[in-house]
Design a binder for this molecule. Structure first.
Ligand SMILES: [Ca+2]
Ligand SMILES: [Ca+2]
Length: 141
């Protein structure tokens, strides 16, 4: 358990490293695809939102919302991912929407850093972005 500090440029640096970003997104997709059918269902995605904490970070959502409102919110986010509206989210859709969301997070953060508490085994993108930045800083010093 530790605290990381991230701002818009942390997130952007992470995304500009294409290989790194793609690898992370693809790994996330694989781990979310619990039944290994190559697409993400609504319930698989719901777990994703919860574990990635995207809702809090991106939408400023209080997760103490009533369950039915949370479900409505998850549904609308899911529809955002499911570009061709065929009821499942494939890798291509997942990649492109994650990119949009991460960019929106970067814009939202701007130059005012936020602190985030993370577990050591946290696999969220924000944690990875912070790790990448930390690695770059120690390389250059
Ligand atoms: Ca699946
Ligand atoms: Ca789809």
């Amino acid at each position: 358990m530790g605290v990381i500090i991230i701002d818009g440029s942390t997130v952007r640096a992470f995304m500009n490293d294409e290989t790194q970003f793609k690898t992370s997104v693809d790994a996330q997709f694989d781990s979310l695809d619990v039944n290994n059918d190559g697409v993400l269902s609504r319930s698989e995605m719901r777990k994703a939102f919860e574990s990635m904490r995207l809702l809090e970070a991106h939408f400023g959502v209080d997760t103490a919302l009533p369950p039915e409102e949370l479900t409505r919110l998850y549904d609308s986010v899911y529809l955002g991912f499911d570009e061709d509206q065929n009821g499942t989210v494939d890798l291509q859709e997942f990649r492109s929407e994650m990119k949009k969301i991460m960019l929106a997070i970067a814009d939202g953060l701007g130059s005012s850093p936020i602190q985030m508490a993370v577990e050591d085994d946290d696999q969220s993108f924000l944690k990875k972005a912070a790790d990448l930045e930390a690695a770059k800083i120690s390389e250059s010093s």
